[in-house]
Design a protein around this ligand. Structure first.
Ligand SMILES: CC(C)(COP(=O)(O)OP(=O)(O)OC[C@H]1O[C@@H](n2cnc3c(N)ncnc32)[C@H](O)[C@@H]1OP(=O)(O)O)[C@@H](O)C(=O)NCCC(=O)NCCS
Length: 244
């Protein structure tokens, strides 16, 4: 069954709360762990709204705290779905501080989280495709796809190194067959979403990561503050390092 595509604006989520002394370290700044907790919740809400299913957090991409948020400030979290795959999806969460008296806002963190949709019996569930509406949304989603491919390649390498028994080989073949089926669904979703030009994007991706122009330069735009250090360490050309 092909699920209908949904735009990110339908699930976009804003969470606002005041930073209280209970959330703070001895310097009077909100604890990093509290911010991470709120990022997880905000990202999950956007993804719950998109998928209308149960979810688990599978991964959080490298997260930095650019500015402290002090007791008495507001912490604002904006979450939106950036890309969908077969049973998983990515959300971007931007965190801002806001001074109550002046209204001054500052971007303090940006994170990308991957969630996996889970059915009532604990299996995986297909997620509705994302209706990509702007060039910027398309760019961010292409970045996510590139990261996912790197993740999958890493997993395949690990699996082939660990696979010595007949049982293990049978499992790998079964997983590959399922992946092919899921791939067909994904291709159908992509074509439905993007129309005929989707074939061009797929051809570019087959030619290798370096060929996808918006990704190479675009990765740093996701988190401009981290750009310089990422260029040095990332396996993605011009990209951010991944922790998955
Ligand atoms: C996340 C989890 C469901 C992945 O299980 P798995 O058997 O390794 O993954 P699957 O092979 O079923 O993959 C399901 C999807 O998730 C994606 N995925 C799994 N782990 C991922 C990771 N670390 N980063 C990005 N995507 C990931 C897969 O690529 C696949 O995507 P697709 O179907 O959209 O193409 C499982 O490891 C888990 O339950 N972890 C604990 C989650 C949890 O408790 N979170 C709370 C915070 S700790």
């Amino acid at each position: 069954m092909i699920l209908p595509a949904k735009p990110a604006r339908d699930s976009a989520t804003e969470m606002v709360q005041v930073v209280l002394p209970n959330d703070a370290n001895p310097l009077g700044f909100i604890l990093g762990g509290t911010v991470m907790h709120l990022i997880d919740i905000a990202g999950a809400i956007a993804c719950h709204r998109h998928t209308r299913s149960l979810l688990v957090t599978a991964a959080v991409d490298g997260l930095q705290f650019l500015h402290p948020i002090k007791v008495g400030d507001l912490i604002i979290l904006n979450a939106r779905v950036t890309c969908t795959f077969s049973t998983s999806l990515e959300a971007q969460v931007d965190v801002y501080s806001e001074e109550i008296l002046t209204g001054k806002r500052q971007l303090t963190s940006r994170a990308y989280l991957t969630f996996v949709a889970i059915s009532q019996d604990g299996g995986r569930r297909p997620v509705p495709p994302l209706l990509v509406e702007t060039d910027e949304d398309r760019r961010v989603c292409e970045e996510a796809k590139l990261l996912k491919r790197t993740f999958q390649q890493g997993q395949e390498q690990r699996r082939s190194h660990a696979c010595h028994s007949l049982w293990c080989i049978a499992e790998v073949l079964h997983a590959d067959a399922i992946r092919h089926q899921i791939g067909d669904q994904e291709r159908a979703n992509t074509l439905e979403r993007k129309g005929p030009e989707a074939g061009t994007v797929a051809a570019d991706r087959r030619a290798g990561p370096g060929r996808i122009d918006p990704v190479g330069g675009g990765r740093c735009q996701r988190n401009p503050v981290r750009c310089a250090s990422e260029r040095a360490t990332s396996p993605v050309p011009g990209g951010r390092s991944r922790t998955r």
